[in-house]
Design a protein around this ligand. Structure first.
Ligand code: NAP
Length: 492
């Protein structure tokens, strides 16, 4: 039955997704005195990435003091780089503290959105067929959500257990088994060292070696935690210091500047030499692309695993999966009991998460047929009162994603306040403003390392980068600081 409901009577706001982005938006709305919002979450619990990624070793490779809301600092992080479960606990705690449960609609997937110009409102349809009206939509659906299984011949014939890192099968005990891990990206470098000592044999299938840097991780003592709790300024300073360091090293990670890259490459090579004693294995682990082109990995124990007797680095391309294992191009059959797919995600940034129809029936996927673009990564012309968090070209390669997310939440909040204060029907970013912004962005993109000749999830099929922001986080935050009415078409 088509039930017309609204999240709240006065000015319904729909937040889609209950990960960091959606929860952060909810908190800032509450702080602004706006309570008329609902968070729609397709899963059964909040948390996004940190709910889904529970594989052994899952952790954030950004220091926790920066990878937490600036407005919800946490003095109790147990270590410099918190594990996944602790980040999820933090988010659950924040949800309880702000009493967000009453605003949450779990197990509710939005499958369609249409804008009505006459009323300046969106009609969202859930997978149950229910329709919900919202004056503003804040979309925080995330970019790296749906696992991308590899397209390998014969996969269906494998008799053992297969699962993706983001869908870890905790009921399957890997202890004493022969296990394959496919992929050597950010997830693999965490899972491989965590299972290497339990399994009988671990075969790591590497297609492209990646640059790995040391991880300055450490436990926080009880004394340190008490200190941060007692002196919030010290926690702020720690956050600022870690953030400033990431920005300082940013150009080495994002600029196409071979001399700068060489510094990172040298550091990584020293790390490799210290970690792997076998020269032949070491050589197979040396990347052939420029530092920063793919995401830099951080680990003190991934490379070291290849010194273990029960861990093998397999670099011959996978030819076929057979019932008992994986056959490589040299004709060898690597017999395994389980295959762990550390093969990444289908990148959700490139397309609309579901059919979205804006003014005049304009379809978001058609507007994005040549690649996803948005003004400052948040607003798309023709789709008024719709704000995307972590939208096109807002991903960082060098620092905490939350610096960007918080800037976006603050921007969306300004738009919401304007709509409310002036009783507007809608605000729609001007096409010329959006085009100018993106032309400038893509001009800057040419100076970035991501297009220097490697394959990564940063790039779409045509080689364009609609994922990352070509610059510093502080600069993005500065650019998005003010919602300027002159850049918008305004309907009263
Ligand atoms: P990823 O970086 O996309 O890595 C996927 C790996 O699988 C790559 O090594 C890739 O090889 C390999 N692969 C894919 N298809 C394959 C195939 N058919 N045959 C053989 N190898 C194949 O994925 P991810 O490691 O899950 O990380 C994705 C992103 O999630 C990261 O870039 C990061 O943004 C985020 N992440 C963050 C953290 C964190 O600590 N903050 C942790 C995990 C993930 P190629 O390189 O040759 O394509």
């Amino acid at each position: 039955m088509d039930r017309q409901t609204s999240p709240s009577s006065d000015f319904p706001i729909a937040i889609i997704g209950a990960g960091f982005a959606g929860i952060g938006t909810a908190i800032q709305l509450l702080k602004a005195g706006i309570r008329s919002f609902t968070i729609f979450e397709r899963a059964g619990e909040i948390g996004g990435t940190w709910r889904d990624n529970t594989y052994p070793g899952a952790a954030c490779d950004v220091p926790s003091h920066v990878y937490s809301f600036s407005f919800e600092p946490n003095p109790s992080w147990s270590r410099a780089f918190a594990e996944s479960w602790e980040i999820q606990d933090y988010l659950l705690g924040v949800v309880e503290k702000w009493k967000l449960r009453s605003h949450l609609r779990l197990n509710t997937e939005i499958v369609d959105a249409r804008f009505d110009e006459a009323t300046g409102s969106w009609t969202l349809t859930t997978s149950d067929g229910e329709t919900v009206r919202a004056r503003v939509v804040v979309s925080g659906v995330g970019g790296l959500v749906d696992p991308a299984p590899p397209d390998l011949k014969g996969m269906e014939s494998f008799r053992g257990e297969v699962f993706h890192t983001a869908r870890w099968n905790h009921d399957f005990d890997l202890a004493g088994r022969k296990v394959a891990v496919i992929g050597t990206g950010a997830s693999a470098v965490q899972v491989v060292p965590s299972i290497a000592s339990q399994v009988e044999k671990l075969s790591v299938f590497q297609r492209t070696p990646a640059w790995v840097m040391p991880k300055p991780d450490r436990k926080y003592s009880e004394r340190a935690k008490r200190f941060y709790a007692r002196f919030p300024l010290a926690l702020r300073l720690s956050r600022f210091f870690k953030y400033a360091m990431s920005e300082l090293f940013g150009p080495m990670v994002f600029l196409d500047a071979p001399r700068l890259s060489a510094i990172g490459e040298k550091g990584s090579m020293l790390h490799l030499r210290a970690q792997v004693s076998n020269r032949a294995v070491r050589e197979k682990l040396v990347p052939s692309f420029q530092f920063g082109c793919k995401r830099i990995l951080i680990s003190d124990d991934f490379w070291a695993c290849f010194d273990r007797e029960n861990v093998e680095l397999v670099t011959e391309p996978i030819e076929e999966v057979k019932s008992g294992g994986i056959q490589t191009s040299d004709g060898r059959l690597h017999s395994v009991d389980a295959i762990v797919l550390a093969t990444g995600f289908s990148v959700g940034l490139a397309k609309a998460p579901f059919p979205v129809r804006g003014r005049g029936g304009r379809i978001l996927d058609e507007a994005w047929s040549e690649g996803a673009v948005a003004y400052k990564g948040m607003a798309v012309s023709g789709f008024p009162n719709w704000y995307i968090l972590m939208g096109p070209n807002t991903g960082p390669g060098h620092t905490s994603v939350l610096v960007y997310t918080e800037a976006q939440i603050a921007y969306a909040l300004q738009a919401i306040r304007k709509l409310l204060r002036e009783n507007l029907r809608y605000v729609d970013v001007r096409q010329d403003v959006q085009d100018r912004y993106n032309d400038g962005l893509q001009r800057r993109m040419k100076r970035m390392v991501w297009g220097s000749g490697c394959n990564s999830w940063y790039l779409s099929a045509d080689g364009a980068n609609h994922a990352l922001y070509p610059g510093f986080a502080w600069e993005y935050a500065l650019r998005t600081r003010k919602f300027k009415s002159s850049e918008y078409e305004i309907a009263r």
